[in-house]
Design a protein around this ligand. Structure first.
Ligand code: SF4
Ligand code: SF4
Length: 100
């Protein structure tokens, strides 16, 4: 979990310390959710400026920011498109499942 306990004072620090974003890291669901997805988000890593808006709004914590580039965990992404809507520079495209 990346949220501090409510009883703890909020530390001033980096974005890593702030109580924002999904309440759990990618992989917290007990079952995969890809079966309900008709479109999947694809991040253009050349366009992405790593602002983390998509990471912060993903309701399922399916975006992993631990690597050099953001990665979507398609086992847990339900294809809601919230991340795509949140990306102001159009670095995320919703691609129909079954198409490249
Ligand atoms: S919102 Fe767009 S630019 Fe920002 S981190 Fe996500 S993909 Fe990258
Ligand atoms: S489509 Fe929805 S569930 Fe999938 S990564 Fe984007 S915001 Fe998260």
């Amino acid at each position: 979990m990346n949220r501090p306990k409510l009883s703890q004072p909020l530390p001033a620090g980096t974005i890593e310390d702030l109580p924002m974003g999904p309440s759990a890291r990618a992989g917290h669901l007990i079952d995969v959710s890809s079966g309900m997805r008709t479109f999947r988000p694809v991040i253009d890593t050349e366009k992405c400026v790593n602002c983390l808006r998509c990471f912060l709004v993903c309701p399922d914590g399916a975006i992993d920011k631990s690597g050099e580039n953001l990665e979507i965990d398609y086992d847990y992404c339900k294809g809601c498109g919230v991340c795509q809507k949140s990306c102001k520079i159009g670095a995320i495209t919703m691609v129909k499942e079954g198409e490249a």
